[in-house]
Design a protein around this ligand. Sequence first.
Ligand SMILES: [Zn+2]
Ligand SMILES: [Zn+2]
Length: 253
Amino acid sequence: MKLTFLGTGTSTGVPSIACQCETCLSDDPRDKRLRVSILIEHKNTKILVDTSSDFRQQALRAKINRLDAVFITHCHVDHVFGLDDIRPLNFRHGAMGVYANEIAWKDLRRIFQYVFEPTHFGGGLPKLIPHTVVHNSPFSFGNDISVTPLEVIHGRLPVVAYRFNDFAYATDLKIIPPDSMDGLRDLEVLVLDCVRIKTHSTHLCLEEALAIIEDLKPKRAFLTHLNHDILYKRDALLLPDNVQFAVDEMTVD
Ligand SMILES: [Zn+2]
Ligand SMILES: [Zn+2]
């Protein structure tokens, strides 16, 4: 299984508009972060997690020419506002499966009402096949991938963390309930939320993320959804050996 970080930044992206901080002014490419999203490739199956606000740019940069499905973690702008940009892939390959939990579908159907209840003439619409995922109800997908949706809590919002075989992606969360923790054990690779060094009301901060990694003991972990408080070169020194900050365009086998 190959993982590509399409974006690793918090909701504003890094640099943040009009910010003059050290990270936002940094020339280090490791401090340039589009909105969070990953591409998973396994035996010819290609899965995108979240159609971020930067999806078009990310798809062009990563030369994505086909996707078998999109898995949505939750319906916040930074994670879904690129949904309309699946259209060029629809033109080539037809309708695409989109997976999300019931709460996210409620918001997706409202925000993207024009997709589900077309009322106008002309204009291409995204073609998607909605699937609802349920906490702890695994299913198989594509070529040899077992998918387990696990509920995590982002402030008060239930968000879906996805486990794909022995890899898991858990972003936008403050709390991982005990049964979801159990679903995240024995991993080769864990990608985990870590918005900044200081504590935050709806995201994990660095100390909280490292404590969860210490408990789950994946072989390797990558921190994502990073904001501009994190300057790669300086803050990478704070991490244990098996943990790294995710970087845009980085790939992991
Ligand atoms: Zn987010
Ligand atoms: Zn900044």
